[in-house]
Design a protein around this ligand. Structure first.
Ligand code: ZN
Length: 215
């Protein structure tokens, strides 16, 4: 893997870090609310659930683009349709883990959709999610020539491969939540050095991205 590819990979991973931390935090908080004994595997399930809608990026880059299919945004795919995904994951959660997971699994996804929604009511949100599709016709779902890859790289360089309010804010918030989760498990002494290493990776990534000749 070339250095540039590694930087792009890390840049794409950074926006997902808060989603993973929040997914695990949602499980922890729901456990407190429901009196459910949350164990490490449950938190390990919550993390991926928080970032699960963005797995559509894998489909987009590994499959759709290779076959000439393109989308204005990966958020036009079914995984970013809350009215489809929330009931589906509530049902799957119920079958797999009863009432607790029927509520908690969609709650992890709901965090993701809030994070993806830009609104004056949601200070941490950015972008657009069609919350009421298919009841309300979605805007901007037309399939158009491939826009996402070049735009995505510029967006990565501008927002995530450099310290910005969003990149710093989200990574610091994620660090704090992961510390809270680590503390709840009694793993603070493990979490602290691990997170310190992660921050070294972040800072080195930002430095290398700055030095990199992208064109
Ligand atoms: Zn998303």
């Amino acid at each position: 893997m070339t250095k540039k590819r590694l930087l792009i990979f890390l840049g794409f991973a950074f926006p997902g870090v808060l989603d993973v931390a929040m997914g695990a935090l949602v499980v922890l908080v729901m456990g407190e609310l429901f009196g459910y004994a949350v164990r490490p595997p449950h938190l390990l399930l919550g993390g991926p659930l928080g970032v699960l809608p963005d797995f559509d990026l894998l489909y987009l880059y590994l499959y759709a683009h290779k076959r000439g299919r393109s989308f204005t945004s990966h958020r036009t795919l079914l995984t970013h349709r809350p009215l489809v995904m929330l009931p589906l994951f509530s049902a799957l959660g119920f079958v797999g883990g009863g009432v607790f997971w029927a509520v908690t699994a969609p709650a992890c996804l709901a965090w993701h959709y809030l994070h993806d929604t830009e609104s004056k009511w949601i200070p941490f949100g950015s972008g657009t999610v069609e919350w009421l599709w298919p009841l309300v016709k979605a805007r901007g779902t037309t399939v158009t020539p491939p826009k996402e890859p070049p735009n995505a790289l510029q967006w990565l360089r501008r927002v995530w491969l450099t310290p910005t309010t969003r990149s710093l804010g989200e990574l610091l918030a994620a660090t704090y939540f992961l510390l809270v989760i680590g503390d709840s498990l009694g793993w603070t002494t493990l979490a602290l050095p691990l997170l310190a290493v992660c921050w070294v990776v972040v800072i080195v990534t930002w430095r290398e991205a700055e030095k990199c000749t992208w064109e």
